[in-house]
Write a protein that binds this ligand. Structure first.
Ligand code: ADP
Ligand code: MG
Length: 244
């Protein structure tokens, strides 16, 4: 198997202070590999968002190590962490986080702008990302003119436009009806099939498990079970020795 795009080893995280201290993560090992869709499932408060934040270099672990595309994050300052995020990681959130005063295309271009990419080339990349989520007809639409499912597709386009190795999505379907939720997971699964890119999705919707290659179950800050989904057609082919 290829080297992981994201790897957590023995990660613990204490949040809050004094009497309010919470052991949100208690020694977590998790590897996200390119070409795979992994789900992180667990009850509310089990540490899912905390783990995603640590893997995404938004939060430093209290102990343990995180590697991003082989780069250690230990002792990395805020600027280095921001650089690793910018170069390697795309985020998707439950509530889309789009700028209401920017069109779909402009929201995506903004993600390139913060990386120093402007002009015609950036515009072309943004339009290409929108096409990949099936929204070429919404280039000039504002978030308020789009459904929740469409807004989340714009957010996915924004996450993939810089071609990151890891996509981290925190309950991306939680605000959507079942049909739109399934459509979003289908898009994320397609993105994960691209070699060299891994997608990690936090959810507590078990209907989404058919899309996953692997499911990590988290409870009370610990991974309690890892399920391999050998039933996915791609995995059956791989098991039979056929090229993926
Ligand atoms: P999940 O995403 O699985 O619902 P979280 O990772 O958000 O869980 O939270 C894990 C635990 O850490 C919960 O008990 C939560 O209340 C606690 N927690 C989250 N953020 C903070 C914080 N900033 N300060 C103190 N405790 C927190
Ligand atoms: Mg959460």
């Amino acid at each position: 198997m290829s080297d992981p795009v994201l790897e957590a080893k023995g990660v613990a995280k204490v949040l809050g202070h004094g009497a309010g201290e919470v052991h949100a993560l208690r020694g977590v090992d998790l590897s996200l590999h390119g070409g795979e869709l992994t789900l992180l499932m667990g009850p509310s408060g089990s540490g899912k968002t905390t783990l995603l934040s640590v893997l995404g270099c938004m939060l430093a672990p209290t102990s343990g190590t995180v590697h991003v595309c082989g780069h250690p994050t230990e002792n990395a300052g805020a600027e280095r962490l921001a650089e690793l995020r910018r170069n390697h990681i795309g985020f998707i959130f439950q509530s889309y986080h789009l700028f209401p005063t920017l069109t779909a295309a402009e929201n995506i271009q903004l993600a390139l702008d913060v990386r120093g990419e402007q002009g015609e080339k950036a515009r072309a990349r943004a339009l290409d990302a929108l096409a990949r989520v099936g929204l070429s007809h919404k280039i000039k639409s504002y978030p308020r003119e789009m459904s929740g499912g469409e807004q989340q597709r714009v957010a996915i386009a924004r996450a993939i436009v810089s071609d990151p190795s890891a996509i981290l999505a925190d309950e991306p379907t939680a605000a959507l009806d079942s049909e739109n939720g399934q459509a979003i997971m289908g898009i994320l699964a397609d993105i994960a099939r691209e070699p060299g890119r891994g997608v990690l999705v936090v959810t507590h919707d078990s209907r989404l498990s058919t899309f996953a290659d692997r499911i990590h179950h988290i409870e009370d800050g610990r991974i309690v079970r890892v399920e391999e989904n050998s039933a996915r057609p791609e995995n059956l082919r791989a098991a039979a020795g056929a090229p993926r």
